[in-house]
Design a protein around this ligand. Sequence first.
Ligand code: A3P
Length: 276
Amino acid sequence: SMGKDEVLRGKLVCLRDIPLYKSFVEGWPQVEAFQARHDDLLIATYPKSGTTWLSEILDAIYNDGNVEKCRRDAIYNRVPFLEFNAPAIPSGVELLEKTPSPRLVKTHLPVHLLPASFQEKDCKVIYMARNAKDVVVSYYYFYQMAKIHPDPGTLSEFLQAFMDGKVPVASIPTPASPQDPRREVQKILQFLGKEVAEERVAKILHHTSFQEMKKNPTANYETMPTALMDHSLSPFMRKGISGDWKNHFTVAQNEHFDHHYQQHMAGSDLCFQMEA
Ligand code: A3P
Protein backbone atom coordinates (compact mmCIF):
# COMPACT_ATOMS: atom_id res chain seq x y z
CA SER A 1 0.00 0.00 0.00
CA MET A 2 1.00 3.61 -0.43
CA GLY A 3 3.00 5.89 1.83
CA LYS A 4 2.08 9.46 2.55
CA ASP A 5 4.69 10.83 0.13
CA GLU A 6 3.10 9.02 -2.77
CA VAL A 7 -0.24 10.59 -2.00
CA LEU A 8 0.89 14.17 -1.63
CA ARG A 9 0.70 16.00 -4.94
CA GLY A 10 0.54 12.64 -6.75
CA LYS A 11 -0.71 12.31 -10.30
CA LEU A 12 -4.35 11.39 -10.86
CA VAL A 13 -5.09 8.03 -12.43
CA CYS A 14 -8.11 6.81 -14.36
CA LEU A 15 -10.81 4.63 -12.86
CA ARG A 16 -12.94 3.44 -15.80
CA ASP A 17 -13.59 6.81 -17.44
CA ILE A 18 -12.93 9.18 -14.56
CA PRO A 19 -9.73 10.73 -13.17
CA LEU A 20 -9.29 9.93 -9.49
CA TYR A 21 -6.66 9.91 -6.75
CA LYS A 22 -4.34 6.93 -6.90
CA SER A 23 -5.04 5.95 -3.29
CA PHE A 24 -8.81 5.92 -3.96
CA VAL A 25 -8.29 3.60 -6.92
CA GLU A 26 -6.23 1.33 -4.70
CA GLY A 27 -9.19 1.07 -2.33
CA TRP A 28 -11.70 0.57 -5.13
CA PRO A 29 -12.31 -3.20 -4.62
CA GLN A 30 -13.67 -2.46 -1.14
CA VAL A 31 -15.86 0.35 -2.48
CA GLU A 32 -17.26 -1.79 -5.26
CA ALA A 33 -18.12 -4.55 -2.77
CA PHE A 34 -19.63 -2.09 -0.28
CA GLN A 35 -22.83 -3.36 1.35
CA ALA A 36 -25.40 -0.60 1.57
CA ARG A 37 -28.20 -0.93 4.13
CA HIS A 38 -31.80 -0.17 3.22
CA ASP A 39 -31.90 2.87 5.53
CA ASP A 40 -28.66 4.45 4.28
CA LEU A 41 -29.07 7.95 2.90
CA LEU A 42 -26.63 8.80 0.14
CA ILE A 43 -25.46 12.40 -0.20
CA ALA A 44 -24.24 12.66 -3.78
CA THR A 45 -22.51 15.74 -5.14
CA TYR A 46 -19.82 16.93 -7.50
CA PRO A 47 -16.84 18.11 -5.39
CA LYS A 48 -17.04 21.67 -3.99
CA SER A 49 -20.80 21.90 -4.38
CA GLY A 50 -21.61 22.34 -0.70
CA THR A 51 -21.32 18.70 0.36
CA THR A 52 -20.13 19.57 3.85
CA TRP A 53 -22.96 22.05 4.30
CA LEU A 54 -25.60 19.51 3.25
CA SER A 55 -23.92 16.83 5.40
CA GLU A 56 -24.06 19.08 8.47
CA ILE A 57 -27.73 19.87 7.81
CA LEU A 58 -28.58 16.19 7.50
CA ASP A 59 -26.68 15.19 10.62
CA ALA A 60 -28.55 17.93 12.49
CA ILE A 61 -31.87 16.64 11.11
CA TYR A 62 -30.93 13.07 12.07
CA ASN A 63 -30.37 14.39 15.60
CA ASP A 64 -33.79 16.08 15.59
CA GLY A 65 -32.22 19.52 15.68
CA ASN A 66 -30.17 18.83 18.81
CA VAL A 67 -27.26 20.59 17.15
CA GLU A 68 -24.97 20.08 20.16
CA LYS A 69 -24.88 16.39 19.19
CA CYS A 70 -23.34 17.35 15.86
CA ARG A 71 -20.21 18.34 17.78
CA ARG A 72 -19.58 14.73 18.83
CA ASP A 73 -17.06 14.16 16.04
CA ALA A 74 -15.57 15.63 12.86
CA ILE A 75 -17.88 15.79 9.85
CA TYR A 76 -15.76 13.26 7.91
CA ASN A 77 -16.43 10.72 10.69
CA ARG A 78 -20.12 11.58 11.15
CA VAL A 79 -20.78 11.40 7.40
CA PRO A 80 -18.13 9.03 6.00
CA PHE A 81 -16.86 9.61 2.47
CA LEU A 82 -17.55 6.31 0.72
CA GLU A 83 -14.66 6.18 -1.78
CA PHE A 84 -12.11 7.90 0.50
CA ASN A 85 -8.84 6.03 0.96
CA ALA A 86 -5.48 7.42 2.09
CA PRO A 87 -2.60 6.09 4.18
CA ALA A 88 -2.84 6.32 7.98
CA ILE A 89 -6.51 7.42 7.97
CA PRO A 90 -9.46 5.01 8.14
CA SER A 91 -11.05 4.54 4.73
CA GLY A 92 -14.65 5.50 4.07
CA VAL A 93 -15.69 1.86 3.86
CA GLU A 94 -13.96 1.06 7.18
CA LEU A 95 -15.72 3.95 8.89
CA LEU A 96 -19.08 3.04 7.40
CA GLU A 97 -18.84 -0.57 8.50
CA LYS A 98 -18.51 0.69 12.08
CA THR A 99 -21.30 3.26 11.79
CA PRO A 100 -24.65 2.32 13.32
CA SER A 101 -27.78 2.72 11.20
CA PRO A 102 -29.26 4.91 9.96
CA ARG A 103 -26.10 6.02 8.18
CA LEU A 104 -25.38 9.14 6.16
CA VAL A 105 -23.00 8.36 3.30
CA LYS A 106 -21.13 10.97 1.26
CA THR A 107 -20.03 10.29 -2.29
CA HIS A 108 -18.73 12.17 -5.31
CA LEU A 109 -19.01 9.14 -7.58
CA PRO A 110 -20.95 9.48 -10.80
CA VAL A 111 -24.05 7.29 -10.72
CA HIS A 112 -22.64 4.61 -13.05
CA LEU A 113 -19.79 3.94 -10.61
CA LEU A 114 -21.91 3.65 -7.48
CA PRO A 115 -21.70 0.28 -5.73
CA ALA A 116 -24.63 -1.83 -6.92
CA SER A 117 -25.96 -2.39 -3.42
CA PHE A 118 -27.37 1.17 -3.18
CA GLN A 119 -29.79 0.34 -5.95
CA GLU A 120 -30.43 -3.20 -4.72
CA LYS A 121 -31.37 -1.84 -1.28
CA ASP A 122 -33.39 0.96 -2.85
CA CYS A 123 -31.59 3.62 -0.79
CA LYS A 124 -32.67 7.24 -0.77
CA VAL A 125 -30.32 9.68 -2.47
CA ILE A 126 -30.06 13.44 -2.15
CA TYR A 127 -28.16 14.89 -5.08
CA MET A 128 -27.11 18.51 -4.86
CA ALA A 129 -25.23 20.69 -7.32
CA ARG A 130 -23.85 24.21 -7.55
CA ASN A 131 -23.21 26.43 -10.54
CA ALA A 132 -20.10 25.26 -12.37
CA LYS A 133 -18.27 28.62 -12.28
CA ASP A 134 -18.30 28.82 -8.49
CA VAL A 135 -17.43 25.13 -8.32
CA VAL A 136 -14.32 25.57 -10.44
CA VAL A 137 -13.09 28.56 -8.38
CA SER A 138 -13.74 26.71 -5.12
CA TYR A 139 -12.00 23.65 -6.53
CA TYR A 140 -8.97 25.71 -7.56
CA TYR A 141 -8.45 26.83 -3.96
CA PHE A 142 -9.18 23.35 -2.67
CA TYR A 143 -6.49 21.91 -4.93
CA GLN A 144 -4.01 24.26 -3.27
CA MET A 145 -4.87 23.33 0.31
CA ALA A 146 -5.78 19.64 -0.06
CA LYS A 147 -2.53 18.02 -1.05
CA ILE A 148 -3.99 14.79 -2.33
CA HIS A 149 -4.38 16.82 -5.55
CA PRO A 150 -1.67 17.53 -8.07
CA ASP A 151 -0.48 21.13 -8.25
CA PRO A 152 -3.31 23.13 -9.90
CA GLY A 153 -1.00 25.51 -11.80
CA THR A 154 -2.51 28.87 -12.74
CA LEU A 155 -6.25 29.47 -12.67
CA SER A 156 -6.15 29.55 -16.45
CA GLU A 157 -4.50 26.13 -16.60
CA PHE A 158 -6.89 24.78 -14.03
CA LEU A 159 -9.94 26.05 -15.94
CA GLN A 160 -8.72 24.22 -19.00
CA ALA A 161 -8.14 21.00 -17.03
CA PHE A 162 -11.66 21.30 -15.60
CA MET A 163 -13.20 21.81 -19.02
CA ASP A 164 -11.17 18.90 -20.39
CA GLY A 165 -12.58 16.62 -17.70
CA LYS A 166 -9.14 16.08 -16.16
CA VAL A 167 -10.10 16.74 -12.53
CA PRO A 168 -11.92 14.34 -10.20
CA VAL A 169 -14.70 13.38 -11.06
CA ALA A 170 -14.45 14.59 -14.65
CA SER A 171 -17.72 15.96 -15.90
CA ILE A 172 -19.27 19.32 -15.12
CA PRO A 173 -21.69 19.17 -12.20
CA THR A 174 -25.33 18.88 -13.12
CA PRO A 175 -28.83 19.90 -10.78
CA ALA A 176 -28.83 23.66 -7.18
CA SER A 177 -27.20 24.82 -4.09
CA PRO A 178 -29.59 25.82 -1.30
CA GLN A 179 -30.42 29.40 -2.26
CA ASP A 180 -33.05 29.59 0.41
CA PRO A 181 -31.80 27.26 3.14
CA ARG A 182 -35.10 27.22 5.04
CA ARG A 183 -37.02 26.05 2.00
CA GLU A 184 -34.38 23.45 1.18
CA VAL A 185 -34.43 22.06 4.72
CA GLN A 186 -38.23 21.77 4.52
CA LYS A 187 -37.87 19.90 1.22
CA ILE A 188 -35.37 17.51 2.79
CA LEU A 189 -37.65 16.88 5.79
CA GLN A 190 -40.51 16.11 3.45
CA PHE A 191 -38.36 13.76 1.39
CA LEU A 192 -37.26 11.91 4.53
CA GLY A 193 -40.81 11.85 5.92
CA LYS A 194 -39.51 13.47 9.07
CA GLU A 195 -40.96 16.16 11.32
CA VAL A 196 -38.78 18.57 13.24
CA ALA A 197 -40.27 21.33 15.40
CA GLU A 198 -40.03 24.87 14.05
CA GLU A 199 -37.63 26.13 16.72
CA ARG A 200 -35.38 23.15 16.10
CA VAL A 201 -35.35 23.96 12.39
CA ALA A 202 -34.25 27.49 13.32
CA LYS A 203 -31.42 25.95 15.36
CA ILE A 204 -30.37 23.79 12.44
CA LEU A 205 -30.31 26.82 10.14
CA HIS A 206 -28.18 28.79 12.57
CA HIS A 207 -25.82 25.86 13.26
CA THR A 208 -25.30 25.27 9.52
CA SER A 209 -24.82 28.89 8.51
CA PHE A 210 -21.47 29.64 6.89
CA GLN A 211 -20.23 31.78 9.79
CA GLU A 212 -21.04 29.09 12.35
CA MET A 213 -19.58 26.25 10.30
CA LYS A 214 -16.44 28.25 9.58
CA LYS A 215 -15.61 28.47 13.27
CA ASN A 216 -16.78 24.95 14.14
CA PRO A 217 -13.80 22.53 14.23
CA THR A 218 -16.11 19.52 13.83
CA ALA A 219 -17.40 21.00 10.55
CA ASN A 220 -14.50 22.95 9.04
CA TYR A 221 -11.91 20.17 8.44
CA GLU A 222 -9.30 21.88 10.61
CA THR A 223 -8.84 18.58 12.49
CA MET A 224 -7.39 16.94 9.36
CA PRO A 225 -3.60 16.48 9.40
CA THR A 226 -1.96 19.62 8.01
CA ALA A 227 0.09 17.48 5.64
CA LEU A 228 -3.17 16.61 3.85
CA MET A 229 -5.06 19.88 4.23
CA ASP A 230 -3.22 23.12 4.81
CA HIS A 231 -5.73 25.77 5.80
CA SER A 232 -3.03 28.45 5.79
CA LEU A 233 -2.94 28.10 1.98
CA SER A 234 -6.74 28.45 1.74
CA PRO A 235 -9.31 27.67 4.42
CA PHE A 236 -11.77 24.86 3.65
CA MET A 237 -14.58 27.24 4.63
CA ARG A 238 -13.37 29.80 2.16
CA LYS A 239 -16.14 32.27 1.19
CA GLY A 240 -19.39 30.35 1.01
CA ILE A 241 -21.03 32.64 -1.55
CA SER A 242 -22.44 32.53 -5.07
CA GLY A 243 -20.73 34.64 -7.71
CA ASP A 244 -17.13 34.60 -6.46
CA TRP A 245 -16.16 33.45 -9.95
CA LYS A 246 -16.65 37.10 -11.01
CA ASN A 247 -13.64 38.02 -8.88
CA HIS A 248 -11.54 35.43 -10.72
CA PHE A 249 -12.61 34.96 -14.35
CA THR A 250 -11.36 37.30 -17.04
CA VAL A 251 -13.90 38.28 -19.71
CA ALA A 252 -12.17 35.93 -22.16
CA GLN A 253 -12.15 33.04 -19.68
CA ASN A 254 -15.83 33.62 -18.99
CA GLU A 255 -16.71 33.53 -22.69
CA HIS A 256 -14.65 30.39 -23.20
CA PHE A 257 -16.28 28.74 -20.21
CA ASP A 258 -19.81 29.72 -21.34
CA HIS A 259 -19.11 28.32 -24.78
CA HIS A 260 -17.87 25.03 -23.35
CA TYR A 261 -20.76 24.87 -20.89
CA GLN A 262 -23.40 25.42 -23.55
CA GLN A 263 -21.96 22.59 -25.63
CA HIS A 264 -21.63 20.31 -22.67
CA MET A 265 -25.06 21.01 -21.26
CA ALA A 266 -27.00 21.17 -24.53
CA GLY A 267 -30.31 19.41 -24.04
CA SER A 268 -30.32 19.87 -20.28
CA ASP A 269 -33.11 21.90 -18.75
CA LEU A 270 -31.13 22.56 -15.60
CA CYS A 271 -30.83 26.17 -14.76
CA PHE A 272 -28.41 27.58 -12.18
CA GLN A 273 -28.35 30.86 -10.42
CA MET A 274 -24.87 32.19 -11.20
CA GLU A 275 -24.71 34.87 -8.49
CA ALA A 276 -26.41 35.87 -5.27
P1 A3P B 1 -16.13 28.25 -1.42
O1 A3P B 1 -14.76 27.67 -1.67
O2 A3P B 1 -16.72 28.88 -2.64
O3 A3P B 1 -16.18 29.14 -0.22
P2 A3P B 1 -17.72 20.90 -0.40
O4 A3P B 1 -18.19 20.75 0.99
O5 A3P B 1 -18.57 20.19 -1.42
O6 A3P B 1 -16.26 20.63 -0.55
O7 A3P B 1 -17.93 22.46 -0.79
C1 A3P B 1 -17.14 23.46 -0.18
C2 A3P B 1 -17.75 24.81 -0.51
O8 A3P B 1 -18.95 24.98 0.26
C3 A3P B 1 -16.83 25.97 -0.12
O9 A3P B 1 -17.12 26.99 -1.08
C4 A3P B 1 -17.35 26.30 1.27
O10 A3P B 1 -17.01 27.57 1.73
C5 A3P B 1 -18.86 26.18 1.03
N1 A3P B 1 -19.63 26.02 2.27
C6 A3P B 1 -19.46 25.14 3.26
N2 A3P B 1 -20.34 25.31 4.25
C7 A3P B 1 -21.14 26.34 3.87
C8 A3P B 1 -22.25 27.00 4.49
N3 A3P B 1 -22.71 26.62 5.68
N4 A3P B 1 -22.81 28.02 3.80
C9 A3P B 1 -22.35 28.39 2.59
N5 A3P B 1 -21.29 27.80 1.97
C10 A3P B 1 -20.69 26.78 2.61
